[in-house]
Design a protein around this ligand. Structure first.
Ligand code: ZN
Length: 449
């Protein structure tokens, strides 16, 4: 019996393996399909959504037409007039389970066309396969890759268990308050029962993709010093300028120590507190500049500080109060912005990136199955919309599948190679499959109640 069944068994094994291969790696793109995929990406890139006057209406119309071609439900939310947020829905078989949210922003930063080889909104495809456009990395690529992955999954007959939402949000590049910020605190958002969010990451010049599980919190600090005015020739203690200089010296030492940790490879950029002086304001104006023989009675400095979410904020606040702006030196300070390092439950606003978090395990495995490699998870050095979701205690990963790509976000000549873009689509196919099929025993029992 064994001899009769062995070949059939082997054949079966072969087919199972082939199907599994297809299901996880994603089939390669036929040349026609690849051309259509790239031209849809180019079309999105050609919509000028640069600040200060992004064409949000055109972007929303474009995305709505794609939603319709994919039979996805869609609604346009406008928390602030003229700033549409497009919400798409692919209903899952088990709508009671927490859903998946794939977020991307539709706006881009401005470009200076004369410094670009190809016009920034031409989406020129160069002979080397690079697609040049503002937004090609940040982050129209990701928004379209979500849609293309869904297109392929649907063509493959895949049906998700968990509902998948896609949010195309405005204004990320100017702080996100009127976009993802409003969305995250809305009743609409509450009803989505989001279990996990994917948002943007950064390109990686190496073969490994980068992934972010938290981000530094901006603290914008303004320090004011006062002191007795005096003749420019006089040496005396406690002038406003001297008080400010002492603070700047102390900050400079702190900054150098933090930067040394990065330079020596002890810590990644997102893991240290960055402090940068962004303005100095002092002096007594004169018709030709400044009065030169007078020491002013007031001086002010502005600092952009970025705080990793696993930092002790109290210790840093103490340092500010005692060393950088001590009242004993006639100094005061106030924050122009101070984003909390904690979520609404008082926990550091980070998403676990280890085996304690099943979404992390799923993400890691899904990327591996699609032939992608991940580097060590990082704290994002600047801000993204993901923070609005982490603040609510929802796990959120920052991930843009761009390996072997120079980091050109916000830079001149931003581009993405078409093969890298196509590969990213297969990565998302794998992630969407894994996330939307995930069976969590807690969720299951909750769903039955
Ligand atoms: Zn971005």
């Amino acid at each position: 019996m064994a001899s009769t069944f062995a070949p059939i068994f082997l054949l079966l094994l072969f087919f199972t393996a082939a199907v599994a291969e297809h299901a996880t790696k994603g089939a390669a793109f036929a040349p026609d399909e690849a051309d259509a995929v790239i031209s849809r990406f180019q079309e999105y890139l050609r919509i000028d959504t640069a600040h200060p006057s992004p064409d949000y209406a055109a972007a929303a119309a474009f995305l709505r037409s794609h939603a319709e071609s994919l039979s996805l439900q869609h609604q346009t939310l406008e928390f602030v007039a003229g700033k549409p947020l497009l919400l798409l829905k692919w209903p899952g078989r088990r709508p009671s389970l927490p859903s998946i949210l794939l977020n991307s922003h539709t706006d881009v930063v401005p470009a200076e066309p004369h410094k670009w080889v190809h016009p920034p909104f031409s989406a020129a495809l160069a002979p080397d396969g690079n697609i040049h456009a503002r937004g090609s990395q940040d982050m129209k690529c990701v928004g379209m890759q979500y849609l293309e992955a869904i297109r392929r999954l649907k063509a493959d007959g895949f049906v998700p268990d968990r509902t998948i939402y896609l949010s195309f949000v405005p204004d990320e590049e100017i702080g996100g308050t009127d976009g993802a910020g409003e969305f995250a605190v809305s009743d609409t958002f509450k009803q989505l029962k989001v279990g996990v969010v994917l948002d943007e990451g950064l390109a990686s010049p190496k073969p490994e993709y980068r992934v972010f599980y938290g981000e530094r919190c901006p603290w914008w600090l303004m320090i004011k010093a006062q002191g007795a005015p005096g003749h420019g020739a006089k040496l005396y203690d406690g002038s406003a300028m001297e008080n400010v200089m002492k603070s700047v010296e102390s900050m400079r030492r702190f900054r150098a120590a933090q930067f040394d940790l990065v330079k020596t490879g002890v810590k990644a950029e997102g893991e240290v507190v960055s402090v940068n002086l962004v303005y100095l304001k002092a002096g007594t104006p004169s018709p030709t500049g400044f009065v030169m023989n007078l020491q002013p009675s007031e001086a002010e400095v502005g600092l952009d500080i970025r705080v990793p979410p696993n930092t002790d904020p109290k210790a840093l606040e103490r340092r500010i109060a005692e060393e950088w702006a001590p009242s004993s030196r006639n100094m005061t300070y106030e924050f122009k912005q101070k984003v909390s390092v904690f979520d609404m439950f008082g926990r550091p606003a980070i998403t676990s990136a280890d085996s304690s978090n099943p979404w992390w395990t799923l993400l890691e495995e899904a990327i591996k199955k699609a032939n992608g490699k991940l580097s060590k998870p990082e704290i994002f050095p600047a801000s993204t919309d993901a923070r609005f979701f982490r603040e609510l205690g929802i796990p959120a990963f920052g991930f843009s599948p761009m390996a072997n790509t120079p980091i050109l976000l916000h830079d001149h000549n931003e581009f993405l190679n078409k093969d890298e873009y196509l590969k990213g689509i297969t990565i998302y196919e794998s992630i969407i499959r894994a996330f939307s099929s995930y069976k969590d025993s807690d969720d299951e029992s909750r769903a039955e109640l």
